[in-house]
Design a protein around this ligand. Sequence first.
Ligand code: BGC
Length: 758
Amino acid sequence: MYLKTIKYTGIGFFIFILCYSPRCSAQDISKKDRDKYISAMMRNMTLDEKLGQLNLVTPMAKTGPFATKNINLKIMDGSAGNVYGILSAGSMHSKLMLADSTRLKIPLINGLDIIHGYKTIFPIPLGLSCSWDTIMIEKTARVAAIEATAVGYNWTFSPMVDITRDPRWGRVMEGSGEDPYLGGLIARAMVKGYQGPDLKNETSLMSCIKHFAMYGAAEAGRDYNTTDMSMISMYQNYLPPYKVAVDAGAASIMTSFNEVDGVPATANKWLFTDLLRNEWGFKGFVVTDFNAIQELMNHGVAADTKEAARLAINAGVDMDMVSESMIATLKQSLKEGKVTINQIDDACRRVLEAKYKLGLFQNPYRNYSPDKAAKVTLTAENKLLAKEAALKSIVLLKNDNKILPLKKETKIALVGNLANNQREMFSMWSFTGDANNVVTILNGIKKQNSNVTFTLGTQVNNDTVFNRKNFEKYDASEQLKMEDEAVNLAQNADVIVAVLGESLGMSGEAKSRTDISLPDCQRNLLKKLKATGKPVVWLLINGRPMTIEADMRYADAVLDIWRPGTSAGDAVADVLFGNYNPSGKLTMTFPRSVGQIPIYYNHKNTGRPYIPGQTEKFVSNYIDEQNSPLFPFGYGLSYTSFSYSNITLSDTLLQGDKRTLIASVQITNTGKYAGEETVQLYLNDKVASVARPVKELKNFRKIMLQPGETREVSFKITLEQLKFYNSSLKYNWESGAFTVYIGTDSEDVKEAKFTWNK
Ligand code: BGC
């Protein structure tokens, strides 16, 4: 039925509902038709039905303290218009069908946290970001969307684009690290990957940008803690990836748990109305984070549920995740004149618009098809992409005496609690990942080299301290036996490969740590292994940068493999045996010690900068620690080596805004292996009206070089790249002297200077 032919008012709409269920109608993509359709529907909706659309419920208590009770009844009586966290694909269809029993048969938005893959699991986002490969990252999101929509999901709470400078925060694993520019590119890639070119396509998964805003700046890295920062820092360092994701067309956005400039995000009108909608032009809907409306009372900005819900809708929130505060109180608030029907209508309309754009009115089940799901899930291609992603995310941190790559016939003692554990290749966010399909590190190595023996060697944790309840029980006598066995095994091998680091339960939501080093029991094992005199390759498995400086000396080579996902073992073996030359580059600084945190490359110079080697006391440094990180942003070694020429600039003095500047370098592969290098361009504005960072990433290029090959890489430097927010939050560039840096990481760079005047 063609919608335009239907009159939507009064009896006309009634007939329309009876004769032509809304979903039977073809949808016209134009906004005008959409508005007409939704207006007609809303004219026929009761207040209760409207409030039902603002309600999001869940049967899952994995990411928050409770699940919603009586979900089925709530869906059937229309008081729950949206659901997330139905984990069993089997019950999916029956749940979606429940919406059919409501008067208007309005279909459900059906969400899930699909963070780094649905069944095929890719490396954790922090790992993926180390690939600096936005095309590949987009593909991983596309695969997740194809797999997830085939079982009926239409919404994912991803990407998390929070900038993170504090590795104590367990959620750094869910983001793309510390840089706003790279973070923005990755955010865009993920939104595009999930949503595809048009939300109504059956494999399009609506994305949700999170957590708006500044959640990554939780004080002391303690999850859910307060954030407090200047407006300049918000605009310059934290807001850009959210903005890019909005511009990329993300159809929804989630409030963050923290406060922003003193007002909790979920009640923050400046954030959601002034900035997001009015300044940025966001057209999607806003959902709270888990129970965040109720938590406004704990924050101390609402006295009761009614006030909390009112604050949220006043701020610009459209949908309430599990707190059910809106459905419980907005009717009363409306009666009392504390909220207006327009506010409720606006929120309801935005939710219905998303449903319309998703094509749900046409087909509430969209792509749901068990047959199709079986065909598109965990396919050979998907696993191959998972392998490519794992390969590209691995970062080589150390390779003394070029001990890597290993020869295929090397006799290997593989040691480590996580080395033959399928589930451990995932993260806490892989609720639906299929662990049975995971290639463990042991199995991956075995496929390429049968000369491998394996033992656990250690328990993961020896902590018995309060509040470490997520950690496994520790048995001291068992530990000694495990270590002895590992040492015995090592003695008969040519090389030891030790898989050590964090288990799945040590990073993610509510997994903040004050001590981000290797647990003592694992360190003891590493020491004992080194004492055998055999070369040690350490595969670091982790959800965050860790303070491993002291432990590095017990390993000849260290590969950071993050949490690598479904094809873990295949990827790791390819890197160990040199079928793939590691190319990952860190997107988050590794501190030497926790006391340096927050530590990030794009810091300010300060009035008393410390210059390495100087003896002056009254400078910005520590008396017991260096300023420099263990590994800087952008760092990552290769089996080959690259040399950089000096920078050539097309000009050093430019006037006016019509000019262009080209910076070029010659890069040579000076080693024995073909390798990929990520050439990084940074800029510094020497003198400006506000203090500017010592360096900011502005561009990069990935190039593949054969041994002995030289390539020229040229970057265009634009005025756009020189712009920044001044103290009136105006975004512009200022005349003066600049430095351009090009190099292999944020510290190892060549530099050249230029002046650009207005
Ligand atoms: C997290 C969100 C997540 C939500 C739903 C919350 O606790 O902060 O990132 O999307 O739960 O699972």
